[in-house]
Design a protein around this ligand. Structure first.
Ligand SMILES: *Cc1c(COP(=O)(O)O)cnc(C)c1O
Length: 296
């Protein structure tokens, strides 16, 4: 869980004192092979002590870029083998993968297909890799996947979108490490934590996400990634507002940085590793359990 989930739980169980220790992911497990080798060269000791990843701030720009492009190549190789879509490593790539539960709003990106086509034509090409299974009994989840596949069809010739089958740990690792930006668009405050964005951070992949779950703590705007503004009025359907904010960020900030300011982009990648990879891991989580919970 994350701090935010602690607050939500506190409202539900007012008679208990609830403190929250934010989740983490296992650093060595979720760092891809090429980034493991990069860290071995420049951050000795990171395998034994995840806090060392703070020194990710001094990773050489060229080597981060090279490691990321290699990692992206591994993902796109699988994408192209399974879908025959010819995705290219020099095209800005968004990733989204999680259980296809309705509150996760996997289809928020496709709220306005025309706007997406305009962004692709005006700012630069982009492609989207999706994965995630629906529970066999979850009709809503299955329909969600169908809607994404319909959107992919409607965007043909403008934006490449694939939905990969068999989302498992291995594909989860490949995707969180291999895309350029990790997208998360839950309906707040439904996200207890969210761990896939933490996996991405370990690989220098910034998140573009609704401020919910762990991202409330992990997002430093423009430094570790970007927030989708979720301050819409509490009543009524917030989807149009959240989708607009997502499009604005992509069009005006995230994609221009990717295509026109490589040094700026690499700086965000470094901070994702140094500020979020070094913190949102299981080592810190277990230490906090020891410090805060067991000896109270
Ligand atoms: C990380 C992971 C999840 C959990 O992702 P969340 O962002 O916490 O929803 C689920 N399935 C697989 C295969 C994963 O690798």
């Amino acid at each position: 869980m994350a701090k935010k989930h602690g607050e939500v739980s506190q409202h539900m169980f007012a008679q208990y004192k609830i403190d929250a220790i934010t989740n983490g992911v296992h650093a060595r497990t979720w760092t891809g092979k090429v980034f493991q080798e990069l860290f071995d060269r420049h951050i000795p000791g990171w395998r034994e002590d995840s806090f060392m990843l703070r020194y990710g701030l001094s990773l050489p720009a060229k080597e981060i870029w090279h490691a990321h492009q290699q990692t992206k190549g591994l993902l796109l190789e699988r994408v192209n083998r399974e879908t025959n879509t010819g995705m290219k490593p020099d095209v800005f790539t968004l990733g989204f993968a999680r259980r296809a539960a309705a509150y996760k709003r996997a289809d928020l990106l496709f709220h306005d297909l025309e706007r997406l086509k305009v962004i692709a034509a005006k700012v630069g090409k982009f492609q989207v890799v999706y994965a995630g299974k629906a529970h066999p009994q979850d009709q809503e989840g299955k329909e969600l996947i169908q809607r994404i596949c319909q959107a992919a069809e409607a965007l043909r010739g403008s934006v490449k979108v694939v939905y990969l089958a068999n989302y498992d740990w291995e594909l989860g690792q490949l995707m969180t490490a291999g895309v350029d930006v990790w997208l998360n668009t839950p309906n707040p405050p439904m996200e207890a934590s969210g761990t896939s964005g933490m996996k991405a951070a370990l690989n220098g992949v910034p998140s573009l996400s609704i401020l919910d779950g762990w991202w409330i703590e992990g997002c430093i705007e423009g430094t570790t990634g970007w927030a989708i503004d979720s301050t819409a009025p509490a009543e009524g359907d917030r989807t149009p507002h959240d989708a607009d904010s997502l499009y604005d960020k992509l069009e005006k900030i995230v994609m221009p940085l990717y295509y026109r300011n490589r040094d700026g982009w690499l700086n965000v990648m470094r901070h994702a590793i140094a500020l979020n990879g070094s913190f949102f891991n299981t080592q810190r989580m277990i230490l906090q359990y020891v410090l805060k919970a067991y000896f109270e």
